[in-house]
Design a protein around this ligand. Structure first.
Ligand SMILES: Cc1cc2nc3c(=O)[nH]c(=O)nc-3n(C[C@H](O)[C@H](O)[C@H](O)COP(=O)(O)OP(=O)(O)OC[C@H]3O[C@@H](n4cnc5c(N)ncnc54)[C@H](O)[C@@H]3O)c2cc1C
Ligand SMILES: NC(=O)c1ccc[n+]([C@@H]2O[C@H](COP(=O)([O-])OP(=O)(O)OC[C@H]3O[C@@H](n4cnc5c(N)ncnc54)[C@H](O)[C@@H]3O)[C@@H](O)[C@H]2O)c1
Length: 442
C-alpha cells in the first residue's frame, strides 16, 4: 500500500480534526492528519482550557475576597507565574495524551503547513499526498483590527501566553472573549476597561441575560464603555488608546477581542475559490460538503457555531458519514453555551432575540434572587406559547455552565411547563426558587 495515499486527509488537529481522525480510524479508515502547530488546536492551547483554568483561579480569588462577609478571615495573594506554570504543564499533558491516542489508533500525523492542490491532493513541504476525501478543519484566528497603531494591540493568543498580569488592561469587544478576559483579570486584581461597539455586551445572548451579566461586570469595578470603539493606539512613554466617543485612556496592554476569522486564505487558491457564507466561513451542505464534491469542512472554518462541542460533534458525525453507517447532525438549537464571567452566564435554545425563530415566545418566569449576595442569580425560561413546552433557558448563577445542560436535555425531551410543577427541587437551593416561580407565574 502506498504511504502517500489515504482514505481521508484531514487538515487541522483541533477539536474538529481530532474528533474526525479518531472516529474515522476506529471505523477502519486510513487517515492522514496534518497539523502545523500544537495538537489540540485553539481550545486546548489558546482557548477554552487555558481560559477556564484562569477563570477558576479568578473565582477562588473572588471567594477569598468575599470570605470576610461570612466571618472568615480574608487573605489572598496571587502568584501569577506559578498559576501559569501549572496551567501550561496541564496543557502539555493533554497534548501528549492526544499524540498517544493517535498513534494507538493508527492515524498518520504529519507536522507542517498544508496547501490544497485539488479535492484529492495536498502538499506539505516537498511531499504530495492523495486521498479520496479531504476534510478541512483549520479553525480560525483572531481578526486583526485595522486601526492606527494596530501593531501595539495584543489578542487572545497573546493573553493566554502572558507570564505576568498587567495592572491596567483595556479590552476592545464585548463578545465572549472580551467579557471573559475582563471578568478574569478583574478578579485577579487588574484594573479593566471594556470598550464595546454595541448598546450592550454579549450581543448574541438573550438580552435580559446579557444586561444582567453587564451590570454584574460593572459591579466588580470594570469600566464598560458601550456604543464606543477604539480608533487609534499610540505608544510614547505610556500606551494610550483613543476612542470614537472622544475619550482617551492609558493602559499597560490593549487587547483586541473584536472577533475571529476562519483559516481559509492560507490553504491555497483551490480553497480560496470555495463558496463562503455571510459569516466568512466555508458554506457547507447538511452533510458538511463544501461547494466542491469530496471536500468537507468542520469546526470553526465551516459556517456552523464556533464552539468546541459543535466542532467535536461534527467531526465525529462526518467520520460516521464517510466511513461508517452515517449519523445525525447535532441540532444547534440544543447547544448550550456559557460566557465564563462571574457568575457564569449560560443559555440554550430559543431566545427573545434569536434569529430565524418563529412562533411566540413567552417568558414565564424571570427573577433576581439573593439581593444581599454579591452575585444575584438570574434565570429565564422560554415556553412555546401554544403548547407550553420549554424552548429556551437562560441562567446566570454559580454552576450555570452545568445547569444549562440539564435545560438543554429538557428542551430535547420537549418538557412541558408541568415538568416544573411535578418535580420537587432541593431546599434551600437556587432551583427551588426558579421552579416555584415557574409554577406560580404560568
Ligand atoms: C480565548 C478563547 C476561548 C474559548 N473558549 C471556549 C469555551 O469556553 N467553550 C467553547 O465551546 N469554545 C470556546 N472557544 C472556541 C473554541 O476554541 C473553538 O470553537 C474550537 O477550538 C474550534 O475547533 P476547530 O477544530 O474548528 O479549530 P482549531 O482548534 O482552531 O484547530 C484548527 C487547527 O488547524 C491548524 N491549521 C490551520 N491551518 C493549517 C494548515 N494550513 N496546515 C496545517 N494545519 C493548519 C491550526 O494550527 C489548528 O491547530 C474559545 C476560543 C477562544 C479563542
Ligand atoms: N465560553 C465560550 O464558549 C467561548 C469563549 C470564547 C470564545 N468563544 C467562541 O469564539 C468566538 C469568537 O469570540 P470573540 O469574543 O472574539 O468574538 P465575538 O464575535 O463573539 O465578539 C466580538 C465582539 O466585539 C465587538 N466589536 C467588533 N469590533 C469592535 C470594535 N471595533 N470596537 C468595539 N467592539 C467591537 C462586536 O460587536 C462583538 O460583540 C465566539 O463567537 C464564540 O463562538 C466561545
Amino acid at each position: 500500500m502506498r504511504n502517500d495515499t489515504f482514505d481521508t486527509i484531514v487538515i487541522g488537529a483541533g477539536s474538529a480534526g481530532l474528533a474526525f481522525a479518531r472516529t474515522a480510524a476506529d471505523l477502519g479508515a486510513r487517515v492522514f492528519l496534518i497539523e502545523r502547530d500544537a495538537l489540540g488546536g485553539t481550545c486546548v492551547n489558546r482557548g477554552c482550557v487555558p481560559k477556564k483554568i484562569l477563570w477558576a483561579a479568578g473565582r477562588t480569588a473572588r471567594s477569598i475576597a468575599q470570605a470576610a462577609d461570612q466571618g472568615i478571615a480574608e487573605s489572598s495573594s496571587i502568584n501569577f507565574p506559578a498559576l501559569i506554570r501549572k496551567r501550561d504543564a496541564h496543557i502539555a499533558d493533554i497534548r501528549a495524551s492526544f499524540a498517544d491516542q493517535l498513534t494507538e489508533k493508527g492515524v498518520t500525523v504529519r507536522r507542517g503547513e498544508a496547501t490544497v492542490c485539488n479535492a484529492n491532493t495536498v502538499v506539505v513541504g516537498d511531499k504530495t499526498y492523495h486521498a479520496q476525501h479531504l476534510v478541512l478543519a483549520t479553525g480560525g484566528r483572531p481578526t486583526r483590527m485595522e486601526i492606527e497603531g494596530a501593531e501595539h494591540l495584543q489578542n487572545s493568543d497573546d493573553v493566554l501566553s502572558w507570564k505576568a498580569r498587567p495592572e491596567r488592561l483595556a479590552i476592545i469587544g464585548g463578545g465572549y472573549i472580551g467579557c471573559e478576559f475582563a471578568a478574569i483579570f478583574r478578579a485577579l486584581g487588574s484594573e479593566v476597561t471594556l470598550i464595546h461597539n454595541g448598546p450592550n455586551i454579549l450581543d448574541t445572548f438573550p438580552k435580559d441575560l446579557a444586561l444582567h451579566a453587564q451590570s454584574g461586570l460593572r459591579e466588580t469595578g470594570i469600566s464598560i464603555q458601550t456604543n464606543d470603539s477604539v480608533t487609534a493606539i499610540k505608544r510614547d512613554d505610556t500606551l494610550k488608546y483613543f476612542c470614537k466617543s472622544g475619550r482617551m485612556g492609558t493602559a499597560d496592554v490593549v487587547v483586541a477581542a473584536s472577533g475571529r476569522s476562519p483559516n481559509i486564505d492560507q490553504l491555497g487558491e483551490f480553497v480560496k475559490a470555495l463558496k463562503t457564507a455571510e459569516s466568512g466561513a466555508l458554506a457547507i451542505s447538511n452533510q458538511f460538503q463544501t461547494s466542491c464534491a469530496g471536500v468537507y469542512a468542520i469546526g470553526d472554518v465551516a459556517d456552523r457555531l464556533p464552539l468546541t462541542p459543535v466542532a467535536t460533534a461534527d467531526g465525529t458525525t462526518l467520520a460516521h458519514m464517510l466511513h461508517g453507517q452515517g449519523a445525525t447532525v447535532a441540532n444547534l438549537d440544543l447547544v448550550a453555551t456559557t460566557a465564563f464571567v462571574y457568575p457564569p452566564a449560560a443559555f440554550v435554545g430559543s431566545t427573545n432575540n434569536a434569529k430565524g425563530k418563529s412562533g411566540t415566545v413567552t417568558p414565564l418566569a424571570q427573577n433576581v434572587l439573593s439581593q444581599s449576595s454579591h452575585d444575584p442569580d438570574f434565570y429565564q425560561l422560554i415556553f412555546d406559547g401554544k403548547n407550553k413546552t420549554l424552548t429556551g433557558a437562560s441562567i446566570a448563577a454559580e454552576g450555570a455552565e452545568d445547569l444549562i445542560a440539564m435545560a438543554s436535555a429538557l428542551i430535547a425531551a420537549k418538557a412541558s411547563a408541568n415538568a416544573f410543577t411535578d418535580a420537587t427541587p432541593v431546599h434551600p437551593s437556587f432551583a427551588e426558587e426558579f421552579f416555584s416561580n415557574t409554577q406560580t407565574q404560568e
